[in-house]
Design a binder for this molecule. Sequence first.
Ligand SMILES: Nc1nc2c(ncn2[C@@H]2O[C@H](COP(=O)(O)OP(=O)(O)OP(=O)(O)O)[C@@H](O)[C@H]2O)c(=O)[nH]1
Length: 212
Amino acid sequence: MEGPAADSGGGGYNEALLHKTILVGDSGVGKTSLLVQFDQGKFIPGSFSATVGIGFTNKVVAVDGVKVKLQIWDTAGQERFRSVTHAYYRDAQALLLLYDITSKMSFDNIRAWLTEIHEYAQKDVVIMLLGNKADVSSERAVRTEDGASLAREYGVPFMETSAKTGMNVELAFLAVAKELKQRAVQPLDEPRFQIHDYIESQKKKSSCCAFA
Ligand SMILES: Nc1nc2c(ncn2[C@@H]2O[C@H](COP(=O)(O)OP(=O)(O)OP(=O)(O)O)[C@@H](O)[C@H]2O)c(=O)[nH]1
């Protein structure tokens, strides 16, 4: 797979390509962990401390030689913070919607999350569905094909991830960055970048079998 060439620093990115991306999904599905894995390449095991409110991390990724700055907002999944996070949907360009493959309830709630997203976010927001905690196969409660089928129903890209092992974490953010960059710079008369095709080709390129 291509290296992500990502860094957390500022230096030299094009301010015009700053994209607001939001992580959403039930409390405990692994939003904070996914962001920490992408930003710092590490997983902090141990007791779960729920996010309070909302905060962001800036991350610069190189996409085809162009630096794209993702401003990634980590939201609190708990119901009591929902009205706060809705306010942030409106100017988001991308939403990573997570469920936990060991929690059927977090998967069943995805439809409600998508209803909220369609209500509060921009119509052309990039949405990606992620089934996280794929490393915990012994406790799997949601089949990969059920995730893929729900994603197909809503016309959104899908993959399983693990914030613990890092599986597919960079790919998820890079695919979003690539889609956002293409939208920003691509002339209208050129064929559109296809995020689904990109993800599939990256999965095929990988020598490892870890992709969903
Ligand atoms: N095994 C495993 N555990 C994970 C993974 N991602 C998160 N966890 C664990 O799941 C728990 C919840 O993770 P968080 O990242 O805090 O979840 P969150 O979605 O940010 O939760 P809220 O802040 O309440 O919305 C923590 O104990 C994490 O260590 C994963 O991919 N694999």
